[in-house]
Design a protein around this ligand. Structure first.
Ligand code: KE4
Length: 459
């Protein structure tokens, strides 16, 4: 019998009222303006949010409404200052409201906001991406990570003339129909639709495997490799919490796709410009055929991108036959923010400092969890990391899905109480920005020590 697990995205979506033992003082009376703002939003926006990740469904309670942000801090509508570890789910690597980024947006806005015609700013952003990510010879700008992965899959299918794709449980590639599928058993399986509205036909060609399971991957490729258009994976996973690939897994991904004539797509929407200027692929020395980008590449404005081998990218209309288009792709304001961000990252790379900040936070969280006697597993790559409330090391969705999400929810709210804003799900990574200070990190460690001492973790 195939055990059908809800994917992480659907699990949080169907469990909006997870019963979390929240600190009494974090009830709605302590957040009157957020509470009122949420009630207002729910009248006209489904669930009161424009993305389920913000709905606090995984931690219980109601979301905080944010009034403004600056540097490493968020300021909610009730006047609370919070040390921010979401960073807009990754984009804000320079910190919020960075002066150079704001100035670039202002200057662009004064020249008009959108022309529906090509601009040199788009070429500049494409040149910066090509100069930063070695495997990208040509790149197309779109408006989101979802558009980037959707387009990359279509391109791979158009380029190879094949239909099947492989993805991995716990990897999230945006809300593309063909990639919104249940995480099946570890063996290769044809998946069932995971979200209503995604038809069986749409996912009939999607195969879901277990991340880091080389044997299962090899078996699937023996069976299906010659019918495969592409394998898509997060080269460091952020979407089941932070999970790192084994060298054998990435080597297998590259070797098996080459052997069977399929394309290897690295979804670096989260890791691109985050874990290194050249993305995770530059850390592991594995060269994919296509890479998808988002988040940081837009500096907080809507930019996604997909790029890679020129011979593949030249199949995209109007250079080739594969269709992809977008009214606001390469928008002047978004490319201004993206250009300013990448320019700053390339001229003053923050990665050594982010590594120091990340290492300090990791050490502090490990010590705090050990002192509290909480079973945990912590995974970090540079300035992204996850503290799993798990009694075993987390190598893939099989272990991640066994984490104690209720304990995480209590931890989350105890930290909010202490002015620290962590990602509102066990299945997300936290992000440190270049604007965080060692004082911020030390304050976070103190808050985590107090929070962990209060959290009961299921064995
Ligand atoms: P967007 O369509 O949200 O820009 O990107 C989709 C996407 C694609 N690939 C990866 C590896 C991603 O992490 C994402 C989006 N990440 C989530 C947070 N883990 C976005 C938050 C949200 O959905 O609101």
């Amino acid at each position: 019998m195939v055990v059908r697990r809800l994917s992480r995205r659907d699990a949080s979506a169907v469990r909006p009222s997870l019963a979390i033992d929240m600190p009494a003082s974090t009830n709605m009376t302590s957040m009157p303006k957020s509470h009122a703002a949420f009630a207002r939003a729910q009248q006209v926006i489904p669930g009161g949010v424009n993305s389920p990740a913000r709905a606090f469904g995984a931690v219980g309670g109601e979301p905080l409404f944010i009034e403004r942000a600056e540097g490493a801090y968020l300021y909610d509508v009730d006047g609370r200052q919070l040390i921010d570890y979401i960073g807009s789910w990754g984009p804000m690597i320079l910190g919020h409201a960075h002066p150079q980024v704001l100035e670039a947006i202002r200057a662009a806005a004064e020249r008009g906001t959108s022309f529906g015609a090509p601009t040199e700013a788009e070429s500049e952003l494409a040149e910066q991406i090509v100069a930063s990510v070695d495997s990208i010879e040509k790149v197309r700008l779109v408006n989101s990570g979802t558009e980037a992965t959707m387009s990359a899959i279509r391109l791979a299918r158009g380029f190879t003339g094949r239909d099947k794709i492989i993805k991995f449980a716990g990897n999230y590639h945006g809300h593309v129909d063909s990639l919104l599928v249940a995480a099946g058993s570890s063996a290769a399986t044809l998946s069932q639709p995971d979200s209503p509205g995604v038809t069986a036909g749409t996912v009939a060609d999607t195969i879901v495997l277990e991340y880091n399971d080389v044997a299962g991957f090899e078996a699937a490729m023996r069976e299906q490799g010659d019918a495969l258009a592409a394998v898509i994976l997060e080269p460091v996973v952020g979407n089941m919490g932070c999970v790192v690939p084994t060298p054998e897994f990435l080597t297998a991904a590259r070797g098996l796709t080459e052997k069977h004539g399929a394309l290897l797509i690295f979804d670096e929407v989260m890791t691109g410009f985050r874990v290194a200027l050249g993305g995770a692929q530059s850390l592991f020395g594995v060269r994919p055929d296509l890479t998808t980008l988002g988040k940081i590449v837009g500096g907080g404005l809507p930019v996604g991108a997909y790029g890679g081998r020129a011979d593949v990218m030249n199949h995209i209309l109007p250079a080739g036959p594969v269709f992809q288009a977008g009214t606001l792709s390469g928008n002047p304001l978004a490319t201004a923010a993206g250009n300013a961000t990448l320019k700053r990252l390339r001229e003053s790379p923050p990665y050594e400092r982010l590594e120091e900040l990340g290492a300090r936070l990791e050490a502090g969280l490990r010590e705090a969890a050990a002192t509290a006697g909480a079973p945990f597993s912590l995974v970090r790559v540079g300035s992204m990391m996850t503290l799993f409330f798990a009694t075993e090391p987390v190598h893939g969705w099989r272990q991640a899905s066994r984490a104690d999400t209720a304990a995480f929810g209590r931890y989350f709210w105890e930290l909010i109480e202490r002015g620290v804003y962590m990602p509102c799900s066990q299945y997300e990574a936290l992000f440190i920005s270049a604007a965080h200070t060692f004082d911020d990190i030390d304050a976070t460690i103190r808050a985590a020590g107090e929070a962990l001492a209060l959290v009961e973790v299921a064995d």
